[in-house]
Ligand binder design. Sequence first.
Ligand code: ZN
Length: 263
Amino acid sequence: MQRLREIAPGVLVATAEAYTTTSTVVVAEDGGCLVADPAVSVAEVAALAADLAAAGLRPRAGFATHPHWDHVLWSRDLGDVPRYAAPAAVAATAAHREEMIAQVRQAAPGHDLALFGRLAPLPAGAGHIPWDGPPAAVIVHDGHARGHGALFLPDAGVLVAGDMLSDIEIPLLDTDASDPLGDYRAGLRLLAAVPGVRWLVPGHGHVGDAGEFRRRVAADTRYLDLLAAGEPFDDPRCTVPWLRDWHRGQLRSVAGLTGDDPG
Ligand SMILES: [Zn+2]
């Protein structure tokens, strides 16, 4: 695990070994903090909590970018604080709780399941995390998952992109949705239009600067265009078997969908 690193004033990122998963901490002036996506193993979440305590930082709120098991973890050491997510993400977590618990038991055993996925919906219409630290805008869209929420921290120019805009993963579509490609394109457009991004933090992968943000938007747009064309293609990010399998599955799925459409 790569321990907490300050990537911009008041924004810290830790990177877990599993899937190069990032956790982001936003620090308020009084030492309160917002913790997004603490991950992944029990030891890594414990180390994150210990590092925050050692630095005199006290979690005051949490945020889960989306309803997948590796983004809705928590530990008692992080405190009993509201853990927000978009309303659709809270609903999806409740609906899929049993299968998500099976996944966490298999991939990161030992977590306190009483705390797993215990999310509070952002108040209706709230475009920001309701806390008194630095402003944290929530950009909600579908595409990778229902109610996926990116965080944008305008003071620091940091976009916490959840499972979008990764340098090590292809776009992973929610193929159960009625329009996976359309949803993903709409989400990507929303993120691409965020003004003032100086640093990008993907949920899995490496922090990038403004140029890298643009490069990843272009790479993901290209991926979606090729996927829509329905012909086999390669992406340099398909470096491990599960990603190659997922890529082939998406090709099959999208080809099937376009095949159903006489237009
Ligand atoms: Zn995900």
